[in-house]
Structure formats: structure tokens, C-alpha cells
Design a protein around this ligand. Structure first.
Ligand SMILES: C[S@@+](CC[C@H](N)C(=O)[O-])C[C@H]1O[C@@H](n2cnc3c(N)ncnc32)[C@H](O)[C@@H]1O
Length: 501
């Protein structure tokens, strides 16, 4: 199922990097800036014209907001405020009794059961929205269908409960959107479907950003379609907290109510190194045993300390990654070994999230510092991240598919200084060099392509990410000279054979 969201906006930091209409990234030709507000950017006149129905209201509001802003940092309202602004102008444009406006109003609100933790953020959002809309009195809100403060709180609660992250075809979060039909899907931490923006070839720009609801496995007729509202690589406690705070419910899915004996999200290696794993000890339950050999984890304090330090470092590095990438990389580089030496399994929190952040930092630094050492470091980190995800997410999950593609793409980068000579000991070193490296790149990309076709839709060719990987595979095939019919079949994008009924 694929739909165009009712409204979508880019986050402030992406306004000059993506088109505000179709959300495509800037190409070499650059983007055209709105000459009035100087905030919104577009691919071309067509995209600008298409967005004008919204932007004509927004443009004035943005200019007034910027004029009264105390500093450039806050010269553009948050994406939540701009998205809500578009909801209100949209309701006026379409008509308060239009199906568009009714669908918006029918989305679930938690106004009457709002947790105290959301009072402050909702109040702040309400004040910001009123200021952004330039509304001087409550009466002026009536033309938007808001007749009381209760209606305003309802609007904000519906937004908080139903908004989706607008993501790039490679899963980078770039904004926020509302699509009432897709918002009907309830949550599970082990979902049978996923929501992506694949970027579809041949789709006119006026149809983008197209949101796709994609089945991750066969769903029997009558069975409920469930997606995940939170990152399912996180441990139960963190998922449950986020679900309670933002969505106001306690998840009862199988993963939450009947978790496995050892959840790979919260596991340490056996202290006797038998190959088994033990649950991460907690303050409340410090006795932890290996599920395979029964060995007891002795130094529980060291594990508790390491996970606490890891979480703090992760939060800090996360907040620094764009403003001070060097400092963020220092943190991930220094703290990752602490987590590893405490025995955390690669799929465990916060090691997996730390590995992911470290990988992003390594990849963004590569173009300016491409050395064999840096490239190999990035390959190793990508492989660790991908391996961690494989024990948590099902085959074809978009996050897992993208991560596997990253491994293949990094392995396929030309080696700047491959080792010379024929040292037999090198055969055991990861990543390999020369032809074995290309072969590994090829195998990873073929597997990634297969998974991208699932996670981003076979009919979409796996989306932009699937097409990128496919092109890389074809290039490597030529390089490796492996034009075998068996391999080509994998890439034919042929529909899967129908199951026997
Ligand atoms: C995006 S809406 C989903 C559609 C909503 N159930 C409806 O009928 O409009 C999110 C809200 O649905 C409810 N919800 C979603 N998944 C749930 C679950 N697994 N268990 C309990 N409530 C859930 C919660 O109230 C949540 O805030």
C-alpha cells in the first residue's frame, strides 16, 4: 500500500538540502530557494508551484517568525510547529467538512488521558503554533475548526500520537509527516509490516514523498497489520518507556510479555567463554548465568558501570555528531572498548547503537581522509553493526537490509593502499584484500539486494537503495567476471513464484 502523506515537512537542518515539495536530496544542479522567506528550497519551478498552495500561507508566517526571533538558531520554527501549521491551513484549503479534514480529525487523540510528562511539551507546542499562525485571539482559530482550547490540545495530541518520521530512501530521518490511513496501524515490537519511503523509479515528483506500508512476512487475511513505533533493537524497558510517554500504552506484544530467556538486546558473553550468553545483570537482579554452561557472571558491577558509561557517552556523542564530529568520534572510539571488555554481545544495548553511530562518523569522515586503515576500520565496524542487527531483526527488515548494503559498498571501494606480497597470514585477517575482498563485497551486495527487495518492496525494485546496490552488483560482476546464469537470476527482480494455494 502506498500513499502520499496529507502533510509533510522537513526538519530545519534539512531545509537547504532537500526539496520541500518532493523531499528529494539536492542534485549537482542545486536547489532553488524561495526568494521571499529564503528558507524553503525546491528542485525546480514545478516542485515550487506544487508546494505553493501550502507555502503561500507558510511563507508569510516564516518571515514574521524570523523577524521576531532572538537569534538565527531559532529563526525557523520546529518541524512539529510547521507541520501543524500545514494541517490547519490544509483544513481551511480543503474545507473543514472535507474528507481530508475529517480524516485528520478521526485520528486517535489522548487528550483526556495525557500523561503529566507531556503537559510541558504540549503547552509549549500550543503556544508556538498560535504565535506561528499569527493568531491574535481564540476567535481567530475558529476558521481552522478549533473552537476551544480543548480542540487545540486534541490537535496536538493527535499529532504526537500519529505523526511519522519522514525518512530518506536510505532511512535517514529528514522530517515529519501525517498520513491518517497508515496511522491506523497499531504497534508491535515484532511487527509484520514496516513503513518506508522507498523512492520509486518512474513515479512523478508530484507523487513523492510516497509512503509505503510493506509486509515483512506473509500476513493471513483477517490478521492485524502491525508496525513498530519505536526502534526494536532497543531493550524492552526503553521501548516500553517511549511507548508509554509518546503513545500512552503498555505494549503486550510477545517480545514484551514473553521475552526470550536471554534477549540479544541485553546479553553478555559467558564469563567462561563457552560461546553461550547471559542476561545483562541489572540493579534489581544481579544474578546472571550463562544459558549454555550455567557459569555465573561474577563482576556484575563492572557490567553495570560499563552500560551506564556507555549510555551517557552515546547520548553525548549523539548530540555532538553534527556540531562536533571529531569529539563525537573520540567518545565512540574510547567507550566502545569499555563495552566490549565488559563482555557485551554485539547486539546488546548500548553497544549496537554505539557501533552504529561510530560507523556513521567513520563514513562521513572517509571522503576527506581516505586511507587503507580508515577504510578497513569502517568495513569492520559496518560488519559488526550488520552482524548485531542480524540477531535482532528478521530478514528483509529495512534497517538490516541497508546495513548489509553498507558493508558491501564499503568493501567495494577501491583500496587506496592494498598490502603487497603474499603473506599467508593475511588470509585470516578481516577485511581481506584484492579479489577475495571484491568477492565478499559482491556476496554482501547480492544478499543486501535480496533483503532490500523485501523491505522496500519488490515492485519498487527495493527502492532507491535497491537500485544503488543493484548497480554496484552489476559493476562488480563485470570486475569479477562472474556472469553466471545462477547469479543473474537473483537480480532479475522477477516476482516471487506464487505459493500453492
Ligand atoms: C497511531 S495510533 C494507531 C491507531 C489507533 N489504534 C486508532 O484506532 O486510531 C496509536 C495509538 O493506538 C493505540 N495503540 C497502538 N498500538 C497499540 C498496542 N499494541 N497496544 C495498545 N494500544 C495501542 C495507542 O493508544 C496509541 O497511542
Amino acid at each position: 500500500m502506498s500513499v502520499l502523506p496529507h502533510v509533510h515537512v522537513l526538519s530545519s537542518s534539512y531545509l537547504d538540502q532537500h526539496c520541500s515539495s518532493c523531499s528529494a536530496p539536492a542534485t549537482a544542479a542545486g536547489l532553488k530557494r524561495c526568494p521571499k522567506c529564503k528558507r524553503m528550497h525546491y528542485c525546480n519551478q514545478t516542485c515550487q508551484n506544487r508546494d505553493w498552495a501550502w507555502h503561500k500561507h507558510e511563507c508569510d508566517a516564516l518571515q514574521k517568525w524570523a523577524a521576531s526571533a532572538p537569534s538565527e538558531d531559532v529563526a525557523v520554527p520546529s518541524d512539529a510547529v510547521r507541520c501543524l501549521g500545514r494541517v490547519l491551513w490544509g483544513s481551511q484549503k480543503e474545507g473543514l467538512d472535507s474528507p481530508w479534514a475529517k480524516e485528520m480529525r478521526m485520528m486517535q487523540s489522548h487528550r483526556s488521558t495525557l500523561p503529566a510528562s507531556s503537559f510541558e511539551s504540549h503547552t509549549y507546542l500550543a503556544h508556538s503554533l498560535v504565535r506561528y499562525m499569527g493568531v491574535g485571539s481564540p476567535g481567530e482559530l475558529q476558521s481552522f475548526g478549533l473552537y476551544s482550547v480543548t480542540d487545540l490540545v486534541d490537535l496536538i495530541s493527535r499529532f504526537a500520537t500519529n505523526a511519522f518520521t519522514l525518512a530518506s530512501p536510505h532511512l535517514a530521518p529528514i522530517g515529519v509527516c501525517i498520513a491518517p490511513t497508515i496511522a491506523l496501524a497499531n504497534h508491535s515490537c515484532n511487527p509484520n509490516a514496516t513503513i518506508v519511503f522507498p523512492g520509486t523509479p518512474g513515479t512523478p515528483k508530484c507523487k513523492e514523498p510516497l509512503l509505503n506500508l510493506i509486509a515483512l512476512r506473509d500476513i493471513a487475511p483477517g490478521k492485524e497489520i502491525r508496525v513498530s513505533y519505536v526502534d526494536t533493537t532497543l531493550p524492552k524497558q526503553i521501548r516500553q518507556k517511549a511507548l508509554a510517554e509518546t503513545y500512552n500504552f503498555t505494549c503486550q506484544c510477545k517480545l514484551c510479555s514473553r521475552p526470550p530467556l536471554v534477549d540479544p538486546r541485553e546479553a553478555v558473553w559467558c564469563p567462561k567463554q563457552c560461546g553461550g550468553v547471559c542476561p545483562i545483570p541489572t540493579e534489581e537482579d544481579s544474578l546472571s548465568r550463562c544459558v549454555k554452561c550455567g557459569a555465573v557472571v561474577a563482576d556484575t558491577d563492572a557490567i553495570l558501570d560499563a552500560t551506564r558509561i556507555g549510555q551517557e557517552a552515546l547520548d553525548k556523542a549523539d548530540s555532538l555528531q553534527f556540531s562536533d564530529a571529531t569529539k563525537a568520534k573520540q567518545l565512540t572510539t574510547n567507550v566502545t572498548p569499555i563495552l566490549i571488555s565488559a563482555g557485551l554481545a554485539p547486539s546488546s544495548h548500548p553497544l549496537l547503537a554505539m557501533t552504529h553511530l561510530h560507523l556513521q562518523l567513520l563514513i562521513s569522515a572517509l571522503p576527506s581522509a581516505l586511507s587503507q586503515e580508515n577504510l578497513d576500520d569502517a568495513v569492520r565496524t559496518a560488519a559488526k553493526y550488520s552482524a548485531g542487527l542480524q540477531s535482532l531483526l528478521p530478514k528483509g527488515h529495512p534497517t538490516r537490509a541497508i546495513a548489509l548494503g553498507e558493508v558491501g559498498k564499503l568493501l567495494a571501494v577501491d583500496e587506496p593502499a592494498p598490502p603487497t606480497g603474499s603473506d599467508p597470514a593475511r588470509a585470516a585477517i578481516f577485511p581481506p584484500s584484492g579479489a577475495p575482498r571484491l568477492k565478499l563485497a559482491y556476496e554482501s551486495l547480492v544478499r543486501a539486494h535480496e533483503e532490500l527487495l523485501i523491505g522496500f518492496g519488490r515492485e519498487n525494485g527495493g527502492g532507491s537503495a535497491g537500485r544503488d546496490v543493484r548497480e554496484a552488483v552489476v559493476r562488480l560482476e563485470k570486475e569479477l567476471g562472474v556472469w553466471t546464469a545462477g547469479v543473474r537470476n537473483v537480480l532479475e527482480d522477477m516476482p516471487m513464484p506464487q505459493r500453492a494455494r
